[in-house]
Design a protein around this ligand. Structure first.
Ligand code: NAD
Length: 321
């Protein structure tokens, strides 16, 4: 079995390969050759932790595995990240465990990759202003990937704790773009693309605040009850997602869906756009919304790239298992 510790992951993969791997697996889902298996996510009654297991199989790429981990709120006091995860890959021919890979950085990168892919396929080609809502751990990855793969000239940002925005200002400056902290009305009035990446349980943006033609990547809502944008905005938009079933249960779509204002037939898998079965954005005035809920196949795809790269470079640590 190959072991790739968390600390080795960053040297083995960059955003380019993450984006390619996630795009490929979204396409495989649309073609019916890859599927996620039912998700387990439970409070364990210890350390206020939530533990979950997400798994799936990409038959075309022969990638089978799971990501296990969750949220430990007190970790920060020990200098650890609150979100902890590990990915396990199995040989689909024999079931033998093939690899164990640290999943923390990969989670941030594959989530940012999904958002960047949605921007690539759904945002207007002349999008110049990026709006960021949220300035926590994931936000800098989201922003880096969006800037790396977009044509942005400026970034505006809002966060409930304004002092955290300095994090985004540093990334913007690092990437050669001006950054301005603004109120949400201004953000909606100026941004061509908006990424929401918070752990909010109430809407932070409503339909009246968003201009026609905007693309919104809603990336923070991954649990029942969380919400980043108003249900009216979801209903107004053309809605895309990584996986429809997750979108209506744990994603941003859950609220409009539960109110009976959005049914599954109005939500399109992003994979369908990637393989050309759906045109994606159809007019310059349309609001497009990507509900990125986070699926196992994304984790497995990027972990598999890391393992192959470690083998290729001869740095894979192998143990008899
Ligand atoms: P974090 O704790 O580092 O940051 C949380 C962010 O949300 C901060 O900007 C904070 O100010 C903001 N926030 C918290 N409560 C808020 C409220 N009530 N109203 C407005 N803003 C609020 O978390 P993170 O690691 O950056 O993750 C952000 C979110 O993304 C979480 O909800 C996490 O579960 C989710 N996530 C989603 C995926 C996915 O695949 N879609 C993957 C990883 C994380």
């Amino acid at each position: 079995m190959i072991i790739i510790p968390e600390g080795a992951v960053s040297s083995l993969i960059g955003f380019r390969r993450c984006v390619d791997a996630v795009e490929q697996v979204f396409a495989s889902m649309a073609k019916g050759t890859a599927k996620n298996l039912p998700v387990v996510r439970e409070e364990i009654g210890h350390a206020d932790a939530i533990f979950g297991v997400k798994s799936g199989f990409d038959r075309a790429a022969k990638v089978l595995g799971l990501k296990a981990g969750g949220f430990w709120p007190a970790n920060i006091e020990q200098g650890l990240t609150n979100h902890q995860s590990s990915v396990f890959l199995f040989d689909p021919d024999t079931g033998k465990c093939r690899a164990m890979v640290g999943g923390n950085l990969l989670t941030a990168m594959r989530t940012a990759a999904a958002s960047a892919i949605s921007i690539k396929y759904l945002a207007r080609k002349d999008a110049k202003v990026l709006g960021m809502i949220g300035a926590g751990h994931q936000s800098t990855y989201q922003m880096r990937a969006a800037i790396e793969f977009g044509q942005f000239e400026r970034v505006v940002g809002w966060n409930i704790q304004a002092e955290q925005l300095s994090r985004l200002a540093i990334v913007a400056s690092d990437m050669g773009l001006p950054f301005e902290a603004v109120e949400r009305d201004t953000l909606g009035a100026q941004a061509d693309v908006i990424i929401t990446i918070t752990s909010s349980f109430e809407p932070l943006l409503n339909a009246a605040q968003v201009r026609p033609g905007t693309h919104i990547s809603c990336m923070g809502t991954d649990t029942r009850g969380k919400q980043e944008v108003d249900a009216d905005l979801v209903v107004t938009a053309s809605v895309f997602t990584d996986e429809i079933e997750q979108a209506v249960t744990i994603g941003e779509c859950q609220h409009a869906f539960n109110q009976g204002r959005l049914d599954r037939s109005r939500i399109t898998a992003l994979g369908a756009v990637i393989v050309g079965d759906h045109q994606g954005r159809s007019t310059a005035d349309e609001i497009t919304l990507f509900d990125g809920t986070g699926i196992a196949l994304q984790d497995l795809a990027v972990a598999s790239v890391v393992v192959e790269e470690a083998i290729r470079r001869g740095v894979a640590v192998e143990v008899d298992f």
